[in-house]
Ligand binder design. Structure first.
Ligand code: MRU
Length: 352
């Protein structure tokens, strides 16, 4: 079990483990308003698809707390919750977990207010309960995926992962790193390779920290090294998380994942994606329809605040890419593993 929990709801507000200062500092921010939560998601104090979904749900609890403190009417609370859900949802477009969690929260309000006008404290209580359930279910899903996925990892495998799909990116434990954690419990001879993950360095800063905290052996590589690593026979499986999986199995994940899948294919190394139900978007037919977040140029042109390239150049900075289903060996979910090329049918069967 990982000891890292990136998002916690307390009486004082939502605590976020500040992922912008790790691993140099382990510091928490206390978030008290939905606006502050939206900023924290946008600036990646909290990041990773399931974690921002949970943070969004907590943002709506904060919204309801403020409404109760101001003694707003039920009608005004409902309007405010909807506005805040829109604000939170606009922060990061690719990870579908955010809109999923916000919809789950608003469904609670719809249900409560459809035929009656409940006490506003009841709305707050039920939203709190739902948000805590979203968090608890995410951790449980990760642990189940871990067990299922661990069985796919060959004994003594070198396992390459990209970005951070760990406890930090989820409620706790992790998707891809959950599988790695579970595999390590059974076989301490596995070895992890972590891509540094330019430009935000989630692999270098977060994945290596998280694994080192748990005593899981990890070697850091730059994003361009996967080909040479595989050619050298050091990688027996690649596993990543996902930010949104379309109905046909195409999976959006951190930029660079697509390259990795191509290199894995070229070297006959299995490429797995681990993701919970909240990452599936069966209403999106294929990866072509997944909205891709483009981020500011400075992420690419600067390192630690210092410009590293000439002025006046072009910069291309999509935060995510889409790995086509045919490059994915299997999708590990908490309800089972779906193997390609049966994604369309398999994912629908598990989740409809
Ligand atoms: O931009 P980020 O750091 O939020 O991107 C995160 C990723 O791409 C993760 O790999 C993905 O969310 C899966 S997390 C379990």
């Amino acid at each position: 079990m990982s000891k890292v929990f990136p998002v916690t709801l307390t009486q004082q507000g939502a605590w976020l483990l500040d992922q912008t200062v790790l691993p140099g500092k382990v510091a928490y921010q206390t978030i008290k308003t939905p606006e502050a939560m939206a900023d924290a998601i946008r600036t990646m104090v909290v990041r990773g698809a399931p974690a921002i979904g949970i943070a969004g749900a907590f943002g709506l609890v904060l919204s309801a707390r403020l409404a109760v403190a101001e003694n707003l009417s039920v009608e005004s609370i409902v309007i405010k919750l909807r506005e805040d859900a829109e604000l939170l949802n606009a922060t990061r477009p690719t990870a579908v977990n955010l809109s999923w969690a916000l919809r789950e929260m608003l469904a609670v309000v719809d249900e409560l207010t459809r035929n009656s006008s409940p006490d506003i404290s009841v709305i707050l209580d039920q939203l709190t309960e739902k948000a805590e359930a979203i968090l608890a279910e995410d951790i449980a899903a990760n642990q189940t995926m871990g067990k299922l996925g661990a069985a796919l990892m060959p004994k003594g495998a070198g396992i390459l992962t990209h970005c951070n799909a760990g406890a930090l990116a989820t409620g706790g434990y992790g998707t891809a790193l959950g599988v790695i954690r579970a595999a390590f419990e059974q076989d301490s001879t596995i070895h992890v390779y972590a891509d540094e993950t330019r430009p935000r360095l989630q692999g270098a800063r977060l994945t290596t920290w998280e694994l080192a905290e748990d005593g899981i052996p990890v070697t850091l590589v730059t994003d361009g090294m996967s080909g040479s690593l595989m050619k050298a026979g050091k990688v027996q499986a690649v596993i990543t998380g996902a930010d949104r999986i379309a109905a046909n199995g195409d999976a959006a994940n951190k930029i660079g994942t697509y390259n990795l899948a191509l290199v894995a294919k070229a070297h006959n190394v299995p490429f797995y994606v681990a993701a919970p139900r909240s990452t599936l978007d069966l209403s999106t037919a294929s990866g072509d329809e997944i909205p891709i977040e483009f981020r500011e140029e400075e992420e690419v042109t600067t390192v630690n605040g210092e410009r590293i390239c000439a002025e006046g150049i072009g910069v291309y900075n999509p935060g995510f890419d889409v790995t086509p289903a045919e490059l994915i060996t299997g999708i590990i979910t908490e309800r089972g593993i779906v193997n390609g090329p049966e994604y369309q049918v398999g994912l629908g069967k598990l989740y409809n």
